[in-house]
Design a protein around this ligand. Sequence first.
Ligand code: NAI
Length: 486
Amino acid sequence: MTQPATSTKTRVTALPGDGIGMEVFDATRRIFAAAQAPVEWELAEAGAAVFKKGIPSGAPRETLDSIAKNGLALKGPLETPVGFGEKSANVTLRKHFELYANIRPVRELPGIKTPFTGRGIDMVIVRENVEDVYAGIEHMQTPDVAQCLKLMTRPGCERIIRAAFGLALAENRKKVTCATKANIMKLTEGMMKRVFEQVGPDYPGITRDHIIIDNCAHQLVIAPEQFDVIVTSNMNGDIISDLAAGLVGGLGIAPSANLGDHVAIFEAVHGSAPNIAGKGLANPTALLSAGIMLLRHIGAFEAAATIEQALFITLAEGENLTGDLSPRGHGVGTDKFVGQVIDNLGRTSNLPSRVYSPLTLTPWPDLTAHTEPTSRELIGVDIFIESDLSAAELGSSLTQIAEGSQLRLDSISNRGVQVWPATGGHTFLVDHFDCRFMLKAPAQGNPPQGIADLVKAIGSRHSWMHVEKLQRFDGKDAFERPQGES
Ligand code: NAI
């Protein structure tokens, strides 16, 4: 419709995936072809069938090569069948291509009635997609105590925040809200807030504000129309993006993009819907909308708008909706829905497409990110000890061990609460004590031998799990204090 048939086509890897995947991909392919969207497909495999062939990542080499070569993929739902490999193929793709920006538009769609209809919800959630507790760095510290490392990095925060501002510019949006739990996790979540405050002034035309993530969840339900772009860390974003999708009709119609410096993968958020797979009942709206995002990503704005308008009209007129959307429960099959969208190509709805321009990510230099502070002091160590002693007994034992060494026992905490010296509070104890030793004289350069000697001496009487340096960078503490420590 919009592009001449002879125009150059962009090759895109198609991963139809499992269950209803091929049905919704075929629907998207038909609508794209009818709209003469400037895309050609290269089919590739991922998901259940691949796991069953014994490839534990769920994505074979040829698929990874195809995506790497094309730099673009449209992906349906991928199952992780029980008993065939433990990894999710979705996570494999995200990590393999460092797809750090997950973009989830949340917009009220015509004809889809929800308790929020008429509120004008139109926002985008920009979720950091590779760091945070989802890095999967977990250890059992004792048989009773599990630990998951929440790693957040300054470059990781900077690139997602710049992606959010870049997206606001590309979509002519006016406000970026950074949602964090910086009030509690001052170093990790606090880093995202600090970087947001540092980077924000580079985008003077865009209003910015910060909100605590729990209030963000509350505000999303109370007054969702106030949000324009929300940028947040991985786990926060995982939760609030599903919440936000629920405001406008649910996961079944939600698209998303996973962007990195070299590759972009667009996907439907829903799963493989095994209950309706193979019956011709699936709603292709989510994958089609992901395809529309892909078209905008490659600059095919006209084709994107044409397809989007045809979709909006089909939904608004409500005559040929799939069962999941049909208000009277008399849904049509995928085929009829697709036919209606195709018939509507070229019509314009009263819900305009936004004005878009290309989103450009700031490529990160391909080297190990490192910042050397002007000054770095080592002032102590936390030694984590597994013990069934009381806090008082452990305190007395460790004080004795440290006597005459370069360090003194400063405090002991249990699950983040100071238990030695006693504060008068009542703390339930587990066999996992964070024992803080301070150097009697701060050190610069290599850790003093006294630390290794102390760890060795403790190891002869107690069982330790790990040791954390307590440092000061540029005169500021690079660690947090336990609750109860003055
Ligand atoms: P699901 O999204 O497949 O299904 C939940 C409900 O929504 C079902 O009633 C289903 O019929 C309906 N539904 C979903 N998409 C629909 C569509 N396009 N049209 C009409 N109805 C639709 O979630 P479920 O059942 O939890 O997961 C099934 C499988 O999909 C699992 O193996 C899961 O791991 C996988 N999955 C994959 C995802 C991905 O690849 N991004 C995301 C979510 C689940």
